[in-house]
Design a protein. Sequence first.
Lengths: 554, 341
Amino acid sequence: MRALHHFHGGIHPEEHKLESSGLPIARAPLPQRLTLPLQQHLGSRAKAVVQAGDRVLKGQLLARAEGEMSAAVHAPTSGLVLSVDLGAVPHPSGLPDLCATIEPDGEERWIERATLDFCALPKAELLVRLRDGGIVGLGGATFPAHLKFDLKPAQAIRTLVLNGAECEPWITSDDRLMRERAAEIVQGIEILRHLVNPAETLVGIEDNKPQAIAAMRQACANTGIEVAAIPTLYPTGGEKQLIKVLTGKEVPSGGYPLHIGVLCSNVATAYAVHRLVNCGEPVISRLVTVTGNVRTPQNFEALLGTPIEDLTKLAGGALPGSADYILGGPMMGLHTSNGRLPVVKSTNCIIVKSPQLFPPLPPALPCIRCTRCADACPADLQPQELYWFAQARNFDKIRNYHLFDCIECGACNYVCPSHIPLAQYFRFAKSEIRALEHESAAAALARERYEFRQMRIERDKQEKAEKLAQKEKAALAARQPAAAPVAPQDSSTQARIQAALERAKAQAAAVTPKNMDALTPQQQAEIAEIEARRARARELAQAQDIPHNSNNAD
Amino acid sequence: MNSPYIHQAPSVSAIMLKVLLALVPGIALAVWYFGPAILVSLVLASLTALATEAAMLKLRGRPLKPFLGDNSALVTAWLVALSIPPLAPWWLVVAGVAFAISIAKHLYGGLGNNPFNPAMIAYAVLIISFPAHMTHWLAPHGLGTIELDLTSQLRYIFSGVLPGGTALDAVTAATPLDTLKTQLHLERPVKEILEMPVYGYLAGKGSEIVALGYVAGGFYLLLNRIITWHVPVAFLGTLFAVAGIFHLIDPGQYVAPLFHWMSGAAMIGAFFILTDPVTGPTTPKGKLVFAAGAAILTYVIRVFGGFPDGVAFATLLMNLCVPLIDTYTQPRVFGEKGGKK
């Protein structure tokens, strides 16, 4: 038996697993319409490669991975693409996003399913296949698998951890998967082992799932994979907590499991990898627990894009008094009242709410610093201090108190006697800080650009001034030793000016003023007289000017 | 709506109710040994607390229902009532509780925001303003020259008249801690002083048993996880250690540590006053520092200071240090350097 370790805190909410874990997995029938958000993973949205009116086959690529962090989306069945347009998606923001809508033709015609000989394939090629097969973390985080398993040559993995803890109340999809398809999960694990070549491989399952543990142990016999039954305690299924429990190592603050030689993946992801590699089927369906206020809670294998209300109908329908849904578990899930929202890769559970099962909270009272939250915090944080700083928007301080180590598990909310929505405050503070960082990064960029512009203007000015100074210096240097050669040039200029003046004079002489046409002889005589007087005056003036001019010339 | 959607915790009101419940054994023993006058103080204090709380909430424009129902004002009221001599005039209790709720609690922002323990602020104000009234404690059962029945106790509380020419001194006595201090000033050795009729097995007759009642209540709080072990253990441990050292140095001058444990407000302080979450530190290490500091101050004030007991002033002084203590005792965060790998 493996020596297990503990993490601080944790809570024991009512499990509510038995409601849905008793019945086997049922295959959900084809819905009338499938809505596939192009972003079902962490990172950037996939780029659509089909358009309205296209006919697609089951498993055909609808949108390819775009950018470094992305994953492909495929058609869950054969049919007609009705549109690629904005639609409602399960996201906390409530904002619509691009979705491909497909009308099934009911024929379920597959693309050509090619299996892969993963041992023969170069690892880089296998990773590309994972990306193009739409493999993301199916435990809920939807982190693209090809990035998680892409190891640099220097990165050695000691421990591969498979997460089968399923610590959130109500959810049993991984439980059922492990019970019924353990062999396939192990085949998937073998592919992951091939990729990262770990010294040990551990499967962590909470001890409230004895059948799943037994099934996995049987499937893992003689493989070197160890199945560990771990104590039931929320949030043991958190990646950092599970690694701590199984290995005793702590993922460093702000770091990744990789930094301590560990990789962690969900059992459902391993199953999806098996389906892709050994059956040639991309991720087009997943197991979904439908439970809560429904007649017959059960797990369904549902095509991605199936409306959640279709699944609740399959589970016998919502009982009277139902209101709204939780997608995911009651601790970290997403609340929605929209039954048309589609199942996506992260939808492991649909809980139909009722005020009896989920009574509304009384209004929040002030914090009395009782520190029940700190006692429950699995990240060893002091939520009561974080709350104080979040309220005061004291973001520097809240970072120093390790806000970003908060995994938002909600254990603090669960135990707060004042009913303070602590996790919401922390999500708010995180997003505010990220927004501020974004802003300050943008401001820094703008300032850099402005300063560069100022610098450039200043530099241009200086260069101009230098050029001018150089020119002047050159001109000065040129004038002094070369005074003689300049003179003839000057005289020639003067000669040209002289010639021009004479030409002008001749022209002026040739032209007679118009008002001098048709004059009487008397007038002509008068003009002649005046002209004579003027000429004499000019002659006198010129006679006086000569000495003056000659002085000037000297 | 945001996750999580489930919740399971006792409400503030339920927690405070348990604290009140935990005070009951001590109160019952006090009634047994000192007569029912304390019950009158408790009723007066409770009524004053609720009235003041309601008035202050109204003035501050806060909703009455959630806050009046949180029972926190009653805890303050009971602690004030228990720190005032039961035979004190009615207005002393009323003034103390009204001051605690209005000034020490609501002017700082009400529930959860007061830096000082309101009950201890009230005690400090009263002992400075009315020292004479604050030292006339009832003599325990069988020790007073005359014993008053409930009606005469009531009459004295509300009118200040004792039946048939009885002097106040005939029914009251200084506290065991006070007596010790006065007698030590008269240069009598500890051993001789402790043979006086006012002392019982370990400390004051009657009051030592009442202290045991508070210990019982404290264990109830510990079992119900309303308080943690840190404050009581660090407070009593440090008090024992400091008193023990002095006692070992000169047993004729310094009483045994158990006397300090069972006297005055040591036990109610360890389990009910210093454990107030609002005015205490939040980190486990901080709680230890806080309670140890309070114990040292309590001893210093009791033995070298001018007041009969030191718990109230020690609490207030340590309340001042809480932000500092919290800042320097932050525990290691998951994955932070310096821990085990």
